[in-house]
Design a protein around this ligand. Structure first.
Ligand code: XIL
Length: 344
């Protein structure tokens, strides 16, 4: 009676792990990770700023330990991620004098990074999030340093390099906010463009950092559009926040206005029953969507194991109390877990 067991013949059930969890001596946590999940992904330790903090200096130890644990547990590992504007090392984009590098230099750095990292994890990682978050909610390309220095074909180049580095590894485009129709159309265009250029792309990753007001109708439409473009869908970073999204210049507002902070952290003493129920019902609707599309979905990954570990406690405001995941702060499953196991 576990998520892993119940969904075994449908899709992988994954979790993101941080170094703390990989190394944890907590037996209950380790058993839960082993029993409930058939896939794992590094929450941070395979990102470029961690893996190549200085040019030519590579740090693979934490990612290696994650792979060791996964192999012991018989779990599939996803590589996250190769090319992303965030958590990329600053040196990537600058020469020795601190000037912005040329297009050729950045392409070479992308190639070196991808070859080295994909090469290192060859045989241990099933697929890579090759490019992460390159499209904005309005459907335009994000004006990241990769885009500004190389142009939109940085995406195609990244997919080519990853495929050259390991012809057997699966390749994914990964992004958030996929319920936006403009973004949906742009991602479909991107998939078709990559295919038209002969690039391998196996799946679109729908991160699925969701809130209770996310439109499940639009979300499902996007899923169907990606499937229609001829790729699998992966749900790569799912969680369901119950906290309000701040408006305006909230960073400054939080510093100076404690009342506002309270308003933004309404459940610090516990989650009221009705909110818990609202979240529970939402999760059941989500899994209903996943089950209806299960033949085109490769994996559904929660972005963390238990509420206490979720990045949402610190994003977009630091130091709140969120309840976004499947297991609570005592590692107890939420009621929906039992329900979706029965639905599977
Ligand atoms: C987040 C991690 O969960 C945090 O620990 C870290 O501080 C910032 O990044 N999109 C992604 C993930 O692709 O890598 C991000 O993970 C969440 C948003």
């Amino acid at each position: 009676n576990t998520l892993r067991g119940a969904f075994a013949d449908k899709f992988l059930i994954g979790t993101a792990l941080n170094v703390r969890q990989v190394e944890s001596k907590d037996k209950a946590l380790q058993a839960l990770v082993r029993d409930q999940f058939s896939a794992v992904v590094a929450e941070n330790c395979m990102k470029a700023e961690v893996v190549q903090p200085k040019e030519g200096v590579f740090k693979f130890e934490d990612g290696d330990r994650l792979c060791d644990l996964a192999e012991k547990n018989g779990q599939v590992v996803t590589g996250h991620c190769l090319i992303w504007h965030s958590q990329a090392p600053k040196w990537f984009f600058k020469d020795k004098e601190g000037k912005t590098v040329s297009r050729d230099v950045l392409i070479q750095r992308m190639k070196d990074h991808i070859y080295k990292v994909v090469g290192h994890y060859k045989g241990r990682v099933k697929g890579w999030d090759v490019v992460n978050e390159a499209i904005e909610g309005n459907g335009e390309f994000r004006k990241s340093p990769f885009y500004k220095i190389i142009g939109p074909d940085f995406i195609r180049l990244a997919f080519q390099f990853a495929h050259e580095a390991d012809p057997d590894v699966e390749l994914y485009y990964n992004d958030y906010g996929m319920d936006s129709p403009r973004k949906r159309e742009a991602v479909v265009r991107l998939v078709k463009d990559l295919k038209a250029h002969g690039c391998r792309i196996d799946a679109v990753g729908m991160q699925s950092h969701l809130g209770l007001n996310t439109s499940l109708g639009e979300y499902e439409k996007s899923m169907e559009a990606f499937i229609g473009a001829g790729v699998k869908v992966l749900v790569t970073e799912m969680e369901l926040s119950v906290l309000p999204w701040p408006k305006g210049n909230y960073g400054a507002a939080i510093e100076t206005n404690f009342a506002y902070k309270d308003e933004m952290d309404p459940y610090k003493d516990g989650l009221p029953e009705e909110k818990a129920k609202e979240q529970n019902d939402f999760y059941i609707k989500l899994f209903d969507i996943y089950l209806r599309h299960s033949k085109d979905i490769g994996r559904v990954t929660f972005w963390g194991v238990s509420d206490g570990d979720s990045w949402k406690n610190n994003f977009p405001i630091h130091g709140r109390t969120d309840y976004p995941l499947a297991f609570d702060r005592d590692l107890k499953p939420k009621p929906f877990v039992k329900t979706v196991i029965e639905m599977a």
